[in-house]
Design a protein around this ligand. Structure first.
Ligand SMILES: O=C(O)CCC(=O)C(=O)O
Length: 279
């Protein structure tokens, strides 16, 4: 077992579980150093897609929609000056990289496919896992954008709902630098919406329940580097802006059950040449 019975019970009850020291510091540093190299080699010319954490701006963005089986770079919303040039260096302007790092990059593959992660996923009830998506999230100093309150199942939906979100802190995450916040037990509220591919192109939200989140119930999940937070697909969570001088790098991996139905209208799709694979 990679987790104790108490930790599984906490996950079931709260909708998340915090596993300290899940990854050692050297492995976190190795992933960070490798990502620095990816960014150094990335040529931002021509990438006009600015990733916005406010969902409307995500729509109709082919660069984003085609990233399910690619390694793509998305800028912070506040990265640009009014004349379209970068406010800070390229290295300090990228919001995240996604969404197939774990399949296309050997260093991310190694970090994502450890016996310990495989065991954890099995302990939490995913018997035949497929690795769906990966993201390296920078939460840049001073300009790191907010991620509004959401359930991961809105973006990554299966029937039945069989998915886990794995959020690895590659640096200490605090209230000041934009840690995760979650509503304990909020995974019992039911799915509020789905973000789907629209028939005529682009995307849309299919809304089932438009009542606001009880955000007064959010609790900060301040964690140290090397911690893994496991998130239930229905857990409402967010992260606030980072206006501090310190970054808050994190790596996320989402895993689904192979036997669950993965709808064709989920935003994240892959070409037939690159199917989802397991550990
Ligand atoms: O790391 C963050 O700031 C938020 C990540 C998140 O909520 C997500 O990717 O679902």
């Amino acid at each position: 077992m990679a987790v104790s019975a108490e930790q599984i019970a906490a996950y079931d009850h709260e909708g998340f579980v915090i596993l300290e020291n899940f990854v050692n510091a050297q492995d976190c540093d190795r992933l960070r150093a490798h990502t620095e190299e990816l960014v150094r080699n990335f040529d931002p010319k021509g990438v006009v897609s600015i990733f916005s954490t406010h969902e409307q701006t995500r729509t109709s963005d082919d660069y984003f929609l085609e990233s399910g089986d690619q390694i793509r770079f998305f800028f912070e919303e506040n990265a640009f000056l009014p004349d379209g040039t970068l406010r800070q260096s390229k290295e300090r302007s990228i919001n995240k990289i996604g969404h197939a790092l774990h399949d296309l990059d050997p260093v991310f593959d190694k970090f994502s496919r450890t016996p310990q992660i495989k065991q954890l996923v099995s302990d939490l009830g995913i018997a035949d896992p497929l690795l769906l998506q990966s993201m390296y999230i920078f939460k840049q100093p001073n300009i790191g954008g907010e991620v509004t309150c959401h359930q991961d199942a809105t973006f990554l939906y299966t029937e039945p709902l069989r998915m886990l979100g794995l959020w690895f802190a590659l640096e200490d995450a605090t209230i000041a630098n934009g840690c995760l916040w979650a509503i304990p037990g909020g995974h019992n509220f039911g799915l509020k919406s789905r973000f789907v591919r629209a028939e005529g192109g682009g995307t849309r939200f299919e809304v089932f329940d438009n009542t606001p989140w009880p955000e007064d119930k959010l609790q900060p999940l301040e964690v140290e580097k090397g911690t893994l937070i496991v998130l239930h697909p229905l857990l409402p969570h967010l992260s606030r802006e980072n206006r501090s001088p310190r970054s808050r790098h994190a790596y996320t991996l989402h895993v689904i059950e192979a036997s669950a139905f993965y709808p064709k209208d989920n935003w994240l799709q892959r070409s037939a040449k690159m199917p989802f694979v397991g550990f």
